[in-house]
Design a protein around this ligand. Structure first.
Ligand code: PMT
Length: 243
């Protein structure tokens, strides 16, 4: 059984919950991907999945049907969420593209590895005293592919990307917003102490297609998840009015 405080918190949340996402299907990616180097080794990115799972929980509690595409993490999926487990960027891309058409909001929180080994050796690479060089190819850019697909089909689906930055956070968020044809980019400074990767808290800046920039103060990832969804719903209204 969960701790009594957790049960009380959950009960309170359910009783006072808004249902403003009723009828929505929210596709969320979370966690890292793992790209194999050989049968026993891989390269990966830092990510616990906490930010993505918090968004999945918030969207589900607000009435959405949630499709969660998750890399390998140590978290239990939130109740009522449909979980698809993947390992590599290619698998994550295929799962996202397969479920894209049925989704009204797409949120790409995952820390996808940017490179992989094209031809993974079937046998374990033997350790020697020699320097070892790896030749890496880029992985599919899932966010850019989804952005291009939504624009090509003019579906009106809302696309939210994340940006993990160590400098020029707002400028990079705006650049990714344009380059990947997103409606919103949630940017976090992953070099800051106690926020970003693995922590329970985060501090983010939202850059939106409307030109608005909204900094959200440091808070628990679950609290920020609701604030991000609030801004997403307002943004969609503003974009529909301007079309
Ligand atoms: O999981 P936690 O420990 O809670 O940490 C949360 C987080 C720091 C991972 C999260 O808040 C975050 O910043 N996620 C994005 C991480 C990332 O890969 O950022 P990026 O700037 O490299 O990528 C930009 C966007 O493109 C992201 O939406 C990413 O999902 C997407 N991408 C990146 C590469 C790729 N090949 N395909 C993609 O779709």
């Amino acid at each position: 059984l969960p701790e009594p405080a957790r049960i009380a918190e959950f009960t309170l949340r359910v009783l006072t919950q808004r249902h403003d996402l009723d009828g929505e299907t929210v596709l969320i990616t979370a966690g890292p991907t793992r790209e194999p180097l050989d049968p026993v080794r891989f390269i990966s990115n830092r990510s616990s999945g906490k930010m993505g799972y918090a968004l999945a929980e918030a969207a589900s509690e607000r009435g959405a049907r949630v499709l969660l595409v998750s890399g390998p993490v140590q978290l239990d999926p939130p109740a009522g969420v449909e979980l698809m487990r993947v390992q590599t960027a290619r698998e994550m891309r295929d799962a996202v593209m397969e479920r894209l058409a049925e989704s009204s909001i797409i949120i790409k929180t995952a820390a996808v590895a940017d490179y992989h080994v094209a031809n993974v050796p079937k046998q374990k690479v033997k350790k020697t005293a020699m320097r070892l060089s790896l030749e890496l190819d880029p992985t599919p850019d899932i966010l850019a592919e989804v952005g291009a697909e939504i624009e090509r089909r003019a579906t009106g689906q809302l696309l939210i990307g994340f940006a993990a930055e160590t400098e020029n956070v707002v400028a990079e968020a705006k650049r990714k917003l344009q380059a990947k044809k997103c409606d919103m980019v949630v940017a976090n400074d992953v070099s800051a102490d106690g926020t970003g990767f693995e922590s329970d808290e985060n501090e983010v800046v939202l850059a939106m297609r409307t030109g608005e920039v909204a900094p959200l103060g440091r808070a628990a990832k679950r609290v920020l998840a609701d604030q991000i969804l609030d801004h997403a719903m307002q943004l969609r209204l503003a974009l529909h009015k301007s079309r």
